[in-house]
Write a protein that binds this ligand. Structure first.
Ligand code: PMP
Ligand code: GLU
Length: 395
């Protein structure tokens, strides 16, 4: 058969490929430490698991409304209301993870050939999602000198250079850099969006995972005119350690939410009914476990930062959120034949140090690699001991 041009434009998700490779190597008995997967290692909290069991017993095992059960959409609205954004349940579509919310949002507003501004470094799936919609991803460099942040002047210049671009993808708490944009910084971006007539697809999946007093907010809350030009995406995967349950959402102006719901009604229908009931408990139930997870991530972050900064030639911008560190390792490139970029570096680290890290190249920076601190402190130490030895050999 012939594969469509649309799909042939896409690259398989490297993060998922690495997760699979790590599992396969472990199954062969190799003692790999994985700093690869962007997936919390904690079990889904008990109250949430129990809510799912109760939902099954109560017979919530059928199709639901396409955009999700009303109680969950109301809970999403209530969570935004607390943060100063008013959404009606009709503006919320519950999706198969935040990933599918992003995918469908892009499908809903991007036409063939449309340029879309994609800050770099950023999560590797954005560009492919734009390609899948027939759009053209336009990289917008957010340099390490500027702390990897999308700044108003950079956004303004990118929009002027690509004046047909209507959409910018924004990840305020960033995968892979861990950078956190403050509400004031976002307000300045919202002003540029107003001035340049840009729509903002705001990926807020890491909104609750911020450390050391860093502050974030829903993009739609930072400017009175922001809700009308923002599609807010989030979900339960990261905050509640629920990656496998596949529940996310998009909250948007009513016409966009309706378009996303129409698309969903012709593709996946509702996401899993039982998982929706679990997500309802996640949003409305006891939050103690979440606070404990967050504190643990912060402790791990501090430790990984200390260890990375102790390696000569490795430069790190301290991450303030999510669960990633994105050290710059290019001073080691060329120290050995073939060690010429982040893909070769990640391969060498996996083969020789038995540690999975993710190359920065598909995130838009070949000088960096990504390390997730989604494993125990013991594993972080084990991985860092191995990385110390690996880099020492290269010096
Ligand atoms: N956005 C970013 C920045 C992510 O890192 C991820 C990780 N998977 C997602 C969205 C998608 O999350 P979900 O598991 O809810 O689809
Ligand atoms: N978002 C996580 C990561 O970047 C999970 C994998 C994926 O969805 O790409 O590792």
């Amino acid at each position: 058969m012939r594969i469509s041009d649309r799909v042939r434009r896409l690259t398989p998700s490297l993060t998922f490929a690495l997760i699979a490779k790590t599992k396969a190597l472990k199954a062969q008995g190799k003692d790999i430490v994985s700093l690869g997967a962007g997936e919390p290692d904690f079990p889904t909290p008990e109250n949430i698991r129990r809510a799912a069991a109760r939902a099954m017993d109560a017979g919530h095992t059928k199709y639901t409304e396409t955009p999700g059960i009303l109680d969950l959409r109301k809970a999403v609205c209530a969570a935004y209301a607390k943060q100063g954004v008013t959404y009606a349940p009709g503006q919320v579509v519950v999706t198969t993870g935040a990933k599918h919310a992003l995918f469908q949002a892009i499908q809903a507003v991007v036409n063939d050939g449309d340029p879309v501004l994609v800050p770099q470094p950023s999560w590797l799936s954005y560009g492919d999602m734009v390609l899948a919609a027939g759009g053209r991803p336009v990289p917008v460099a957010c340099t390490e000198e500027r702390g990897f942040k999308l700044t108003p002047d950079v956004l303004r210049a990118a929009s002027a250079a690509e004046s047909a671009a209507r959409l910018v993808i924004f990840n305020g708490v960033s995968n892979p850099t861990g950078v956190v944009h403050s509400p004031d910084e976002m307000r300045a971006l919202a002003e540029v969006a107003e001035e340049r007539d840009l729509w903002v697809l705001s990926d807020e999946i890491y909104e609750r995972l911020v450390y050391g007093g860093a502050k974030t907010a829903p993009f739609a809350s930072v400017h009175p005119k922001a809700p009308a030009r923002t599609i807010t995406v989030s979900g339960v995967s990261k905050t509640f350690s629920m990656t496998g349950w596949r529940v996310g959402w998009a909250a948007a102006p009513a016409d966009v939410a309706e378009a996303i719901s129409t698309l969903q009604g012709q593709s996946t229908s509702n996401t899993c009914s039982v998982a929706q009931h679990a997500a309802l408990e996640a949003l409305t139930g006891d939050q103690t476990a979440i606070e404990a997870m967050c504190r643990e991530f912060e402790t791990r972050r501090d430790h990984m930062v200390r260890r990375l900064r102790a390696i000569p030639g490795v430069h790190l911008t301290v991450p303030q959120g999510a669960f990633y560190a994105f050290p710059r390792v290019d001073s080691y490139y060329g120290r050995r034949p073939g060690l010429s970029g982040s893909i070769a570096m990640a391969e060498a680290i996996l083969e020789e140090a038995l540690v999975t890290v993710v190359p920065g190249q598909p995130f838009g920076s070949d000088a960096h690699v990504r390390l997730s601190y989604t494993c125990s402190m013991q594993d972080i130490d084990k991985a860092m001991d191995r990385l110390d030895a690996f880099f020492a050999k290269l010096r």
